[in-house]
Ligand binder design. Sequence first.
Ligand SMILES: Nc1ncnc2c1ncn2[C@@H]1O[C@H](COP(=O)(O)OP(=O)(O)OP(=O)(O)O)[C@@H](O)[C@H]1O
Length: 602
Amino acid sequence: MELNSMLLNEGLDLIFEDLTYKVNNWTDKFKIEKKTILKGVSGAFCQRQLCAIIGCSGSGKSSLLNALSGYKTSGYSGTIFINGKPQELKSFKKKSCYIMQEDQLHVQLTVREAMEFASKLKCLTLSLNASKLKMIDLILENLNLLKIQDTATVNLSGGERRKLSIALELVHNPSIMFFDEPTSGLDSLSANQVLDTLRELANTGRNIICTIHQASASQLKIFDILYVLTPSGQCIYHGFTSKLLDYLAAQGLRCPLYHNTADYIIEISLGEYGDHAEKLVKYIDNGKSTEWLKNTNQKDLVKGDQLTGVNINDECQDRQFIKYIYNNLIQLVILSHRCTVKTLREKFMTTRLLVHIIVSAVYGWVYFGVGINASFIHDNLMLLFFSLLFIMYTASSSMIINFPLEIQILSKEHFNHWYSLLSYYISFTIVDLPIQVLCTFLYCVVLYYFTGQPLEWPRFGLYTLMMLMVGLLSQTIGMLMGTLFNDLRFSTILTSFLLMPWMMFGGIFIKISDTPEIFRWMFDISFMKHAMEGIVHCVYGLDRPRLYCPKIYCYSTSPSNILKDLDMPVNQYWFNFLVVTTIYLLLKVLTYLVLKKKLEIH
Ligand SMILES: Nc1ncnc2c1ncn2[C@@H]1O[C@H](COP(=O)(O)OP(=O)(O)OP(=O)(O)O)[C@@H](O)[C@H]1O
């Protein structure tokens, strides 16, 4: 079946006027000044058209695409009209999609699974009915992906990955599709295949707008409309590809024989044939002129009445009455399922488990039996503190590494309206919880038993619970840092910097009574101090009898004296637990808000 006969779409007309983009730029004298990237450009991209924005590197192609798609809004001025009405971003995003230069895919899923999850999320359904499954088959078949539907995404070639990115968005049949350099990084065969696919998509009625860095003469012919930017962010051509030569000729510019026309006009924009750019900007009125957009010999675009088939939008729209909460719950279930499948296939989970078991076994060996012995109280306290540190660092670093990778995919899917951020955030937290519980439990069992801590279930339960809460809190710190900094170098160094004061005021390295008064409040907010206090209470509190002393003299055999020496009040476990839990919840909310802000400003 032809692509155009199943994915018909009415498309949308997009017109933009006087679009300007300014950014803050650091000068040599360390001052901030405004740099203008796009200078009042105008243009129109219509339904059923395949449009290319071209220009030299740094001319503002991506900036223009970001503005038109609504991916970025800050720093932009000008007006965008959709089907004649001012662009309303919320509703526009529902009808559009933005496929970025880097394919943001879930590498652990197969092509089929990725399509099914996308379809479930976009149609808000837990199970796909026959017609939706058929639609997936048809999309895969038309994009030549059916034969590799069971291949893991990680094993796909560049061209196949790009096609999968397109296929995933086609599930909700967008009326307008934006592509940032769809052919970059592909060999010419794959690039041609992707462009053919875009051509067919435009033929179905939708509006396809892409930026193109380099296009061969034959690739250029595939596009209906060209929009050419100069290095100064102005338009020097906006019209049919087929009319470009006539346009240039009208200005006395003749493309050398056998020279690629796209290269020629970019060279003109760079001033390689003299100072023609300004003249062309004026002639085309910086994109406003529609003279070269008049359709005299437009090639075989498919007419609406020639299209037959299913309009899959109808199926998804059936469910638009479903309330916000219900939608979020459905998304939560689907996202949790997807996240579970991904997590179970990751080697990282096994590594995390193994690390916890190995470290607890080593600690158990080195500190064997110190817990029951009154002459090893100092060693035992150090062991308990180092155990806390271990949980804190492994939990935070697992997120620092993992989460920035997640954010890239989240950014794309969230922008393309696959799901709400809240559903994603909760599902991510829920799916990781059992793994953190398992890691903490295995770690605590081995360590607690071999290091000779008191073998009583309530003590062990409370100890593990506190360790788990510290693990969850540390994960959230890692998540927050991973959200704030894309660069792993910054997030790792700054996390260590951030965790350091919590450790210093953890109640072990220095006692509260020995600390200068000005710093004492730090103990109150240090989760490490509260966690350590709770843990020491589990081990030495709860009316534990005197400790066994194998020597003639032990400094202390009374557990209550040990707590007194450490400035740790007796029986405060639940207060300590409440403080750690409150800090965890506050950080969780803060991380959500930071993530939300980050997705808004990209
Ligand atoms: N936030 C920003 N701060 C400073 N400069 C910026 C910012 N965003 C974009 N620019 C600059 O604006 C210019 C245009 O960037 P843009 O990415 O839109 O160009 P492009 O034509 O897509 O380039 P390429 O083809 O190399 O991807 C570049 O010189 C870039 O450095």
